[in-house]
Design a protein around this ligand. Structure first.
Ligand code: ADP
Length: 334
């Protein structure tokens, strides 16, 4: 199956970075976050200082990494990129922190997956710009404090609620990214088509925008798949009909649900009589990781009104039954 979301493919990664906006001005959508962040940066520039630490939360593909890069670019500061899972030991983090230069932006993706010791080291670094390096073992171990340059931590997480309170509290600004409006995605698709030199009809741009799950990364990916289709099966021109046919082929439905989204809804409705069903059971039933179901599929299904998270488990709404072309049971949730 074609991976419409994952980042495993290096070609996809390269294609993605070519389409990244590089200034806040170019960054489409998210007007509140963009304005608030713009102010934080402008104020720091006026003071000639380093901006406060920034936490960005939201589902994958909404622009967290892009914003981290923009922050560095707007501050003319170098950027260092790492992630919670990549930092195995506190020592790895100490090495990163002590190697930073004044004003550097440190982007930590999936910051909620840092180990406890690394997290505690980060508290001190964020607050006092210091790391305590422990030398020796056992009762003789001593902590040697090392000063580190002032830096801006940009943390990214799929949900701010996953972070322990003390870590969350150390960020001076939190931006919550939401799914994009269709009009914003339309702009993003057109801009990408220009950059890629693709001949894109306005109706085709709308069709792609509509089916992008409110997610710029998916919009750009679908654009590339539609381009493949147009080049191989058509004249190269991206019309609405070509876009619709291509997206059908890649199992993206008319409102943007992909195979996993539909698998989740089908499982709840058909196997679990509409729910409630627990997350773990649901994940096993669709053959996916718990995290993928929870962090990737569910936010959009909830936002579109197809799924509810209740204390007893996940429940399909009448809209979900209808979308699958099934008869809505009398006791359906929602
Ligand atoms: P995240 O870090 O939240 O998973 P990224 O920042 O990597 O998401 O964004 C994924 C892709 O989507 C980027 O390559 C970029 O091209 C595109 N993108 C994200 N946000 C925007 C935006 N606001 N305007 C234009 N393109 C965007």
């Amino acid at each position: 199956p074609v991976d419409m979301r994952g980042l495993a493919d290096p070609d996809e990664r390269a294609a993605e970075s070519a389409l990244r906006p590089t200034t806040l001005e170019e960054f489409e959508g998210q007007p509140r976050v963009a304005e608030q962040l713009g102010l934080v940066l402008a104020a720091a520039r006026r003071r000639g200082g380093v901006p406060d630490h920034v936490l960005l939360s939201g589902p994958p593909g909404l622009g967290k990494t892009t914003l981290a890069m923009i922050i560095a670019a707007e501050m003319s500061a170098p950027l260092r990129i790492s992630s919670g899972p990549a930092i195995q030991h506190a020592g790895d983090l100490a090495a990163i922190l002590s190697g930073l230069v004044e004003g550097e932006v440190l982007f930590l993706d999936e910051i909620h997956r840092l180990s406890r010791p690394a997290e505690e080291m980060l508290y001190l670094a964020m607050e006092d710009f210091r790391v305590d390096v422990v030398v020796g073992k056992g009762p003789g171990a001593t902590a040697i404090p090392i000063e580190i340059p002032r830096f801006t931590l940009v943390g990214a997480t799929t949900r701010a609620g996953l972070l322990p309170g003390p870590l969350r509290d150390r960020f001076g600004f939190t931006g919550q990214l939401d799914f994009y409006a269709a009009a914003d995605l339309d702009h993003i698709v057109r801009r990408s088509a220009l950059l890629l030199g693709v001949d894109l009809d306005p109706d085709a741009a709308k069709e792609i925008a509509r089916r992008s799950r409110g997610t710029p990364r998916i919009a750009n990916r679908l654009l590339r798949r539609v381009r493949d289709f147009a080049e191989v099966r058509g004249s190269g021109r991206l019309t609405q009909a070509v876009a619709a046919a291509a997206l059908e082929l890649y199992e993206v439905d008319a409102i943007g649900l992909d195979r996993l989204d539909r698998a989740v809804l089908v499982a709840i409705c058909k196997r679990f009589a509409g729910g409630p069903v627990g997350l773990s059971t649901l994940a096993i039933s669709v053959g996916e990781e718990r995290e993928t179901v929870e962090e990737v599929a569910e936010p959009f299904l909830v936002r579109e009104g197809f799924l509810m998270r209740t204390p007893r488990g996940r429940v399909a709404t009448p809209a979900a039954w209808r979308h699958l072309g099934l008869k809505v049971p009398r006791d359906a949730g929602g």
